[in-house]
Design a binder for this molecule. Structure first.
Ligand code: GLN
Length: 200
């Protein structure tokens, strides 16, 4: 019998939800949108999209899905955050809004808008040895950077000497947007983690 497709959610409160859904579906995942605790319960892994981390934080509290997400992450649910999603996965946010909270899980400090206003947006070719020899074409949009990396965190890539992709256990985060370049390898890696960890 064929293995069932991994059941993954995309947190759909704000941000580039559609791009992630399209990419995950292209990779054969069973994808649903997550806005409520019940929808979260129905998935075995969660993608946190790019967008505006302070808005996603605020809406997650309004929709009462924040605490369940924090609990699932603490319980080992695989999660993959891109840009604002990476900010949300960090244990600590630098330059956040005064009331802004992350979900946490990744033992890192992440600075919002770390590349400054002079370069709001740029593209770069990145070496990401964990994904193979082919470089990653990455789009950075008001991107964060990781400024402190905890002991259990693996750095996957740098740009300009700054850490912009990390992995720790079942959590993966990139400061850029693989979903806008049709780069499949990070999502494939996330789905492999979901398959490895398995459903209930
Ligand atoms: N600067 C945004 C934030 O703080 C992130 C930008 C993005 O996701 N492209 O959430």
């Amino acid at each position: 019998m064929a293995r069932p497709a991994p059941r993954v959610g995309v947190l759909a409160l704000q941000g580039d939800v559609r791009e992630h859904v399209a990419l995950l579906e292209a990779l054969g995942a069973d994808v649903s949108l997550v806005r409520t605790p019940a929808q979260l319960e129905a998935v075995d892994g969660l993608v946190l999209p790019g967008g505006e981390s302070s808005v996603i934080d605020k809406l997650s509290r309004l929709f009462e899905v924040r605490e369940p997400i924090v609990a699932r992450i603490a319980d080992g649910m695989p999660a993959f955050g891109t840009c604002a999603g990476l900010i949300l996965l960090a244990d600590r946010i630098l330059d956040g809004l005064p009331t802004q909270l992350p979900f946490g899980g990744l033992d890192v400090d992440v600075r919002r808008n770390a590349f400054g206003s002079q370069v709001d947006s740029f593209e770069a070719e990145l070496a990401v040895p964990a994904l193979g020899e082919e470089p990653v074409r990455a789009t950075f949009i008001r991107a964060p950077a990781v400024e402190r990396v905890g002991d259990g965190v693996e750095v996957l890539a740098h740009v300009d000497g700054r850490v912009i992709a990390v992995e720790q256990g079942n959590l993966l985060g990139t400061a850029f947007h693989p979903e806008v370049n049709g780069e499949l390898r990070f999502h494939r890696r996330f789905l492999a983690t979901v398959e490895r960890v398995g459903g209930a």
